[in-house]
Design a protein around this ligand. Structure first.
Ligand code: OOG
Ligand code: MG
Length: 261
């Protein structure tokens, strides 16, 4: 484990790169001994600073939960990160490119919980029973690492590339859907750029929530009622530039459109 001072230095670096939209080099280059736990210690330090500045945690994100994403990023283990309230945009928004480096868009299913989820053996049935509704989401990721190239430890320290997220479409009760077979079509400027079934996410995106709860338990935490969780992209992420319009259609769940300016 790195010492507290080093975790603080890495948090400074991520915070500055996120705030001023500039790239940094992978932390594992400078700190070869850095571990996954160190990466999450950086997230904890970031949250402490952000909350002290008045920012609010809106929810959590699972990432690298599909084969398409793992192959695209060259990482084969999922990661978890934080979603800050001030990075949430309503559907139909114009998202400024200012503040972003090289954003990419992902289509994901968001889960909203109505009961606490906890423990090392939480079941899929328990996760579904605690889910108030699911809803389409777009996640705008923006790695702070040069050329979007990183390793698992570094991307965790960069809060899983979290940049913006958009909720929209139709909220649905999980019992009304087969969450394992939701077709998703993402288009950029009217051209299809990514097609998937929700099964691409761990066979069923509900498993991402289960994994998150088990991971939280290992850290002595729970997933509180009222949480928003993004379950991870089913397809690879699509790069966007100013002027692009991205829309994603989710079978039986409506669609979301945003524009970049
Ligand atoms: C890491 C974040 C991945 C997802 O949904 O898989 C992610 C990255 O690819 O930059 O958010
Ligand atoms: Mg994502």
């Amino acid at each position: 484990m790195l010492d507290t001072a080093t975790i603080g230095l890495i948090a400074d670096s991520v915070d500055d790169a996120q705030t001023n939209a500039h790239t940094i080099t992978k932390f594992t280059d400078a700190y070869p001994a850095m571990t996954i736990d160190d990466g999450y210690a950086v997230q904890d330090e970031l949250l402490r600073r952000w909350e002290a500045r008045g920012r609010r945690l809106a929810g959590l994100k699972a990432g690298l939960t599909s084969k398409a994403k793992m192959v695209q990023m060259g990482v084969d283990v999922p990661s978890f990160g934080m979603l800050m309230q001030d990075t949430c945009y309503p559907e139909g928004s114009v998202i400024p490119m200012a503040g972003l480096i090289h954003p990419r868009v992902e289509s994901e299913i968001a889960f909203f919980t109505k009961a606490e989820l906890a423990g090392p053996e939480v079941s899929i049935a328990e996760v579904l029973a605690a889910t108030d509704f699911v809803q389409p989401a777009l996640e705008i990721i923006d790695s702070r690492f040069e050329k979007f190239k990183f390793d698992l430890i570094s991307v965790i320290a960069d809060n899983g590339s979290s940049a913006r997220f958009v909720l929209g479409g139709r909220p649905r009760r999980p019992a009304e859907l087969d969450l394992a077979t939701i077709g998703i079509v993402m288009e950029r400027n009217g051209e299809p750029v990514a097609l998937a079934s929700s099964a691409a996410v761990l066979g069923n995106p509900v498993r991402a929530i289960q994994m998150l709860v088990i991971w939280l338990h290992e850290r002595g935490r729970v997933l509180p009622a009222g949480s928003i969780v993004l379950s991870g992209a089913a397809t690879e992420a699509t790069p966007v530039t100013a002027g692009d319009v991205v829309s994603a259609r989710f079978q039986d769940m409506g669609s979301i459109t945003v524009r970049f300016a």
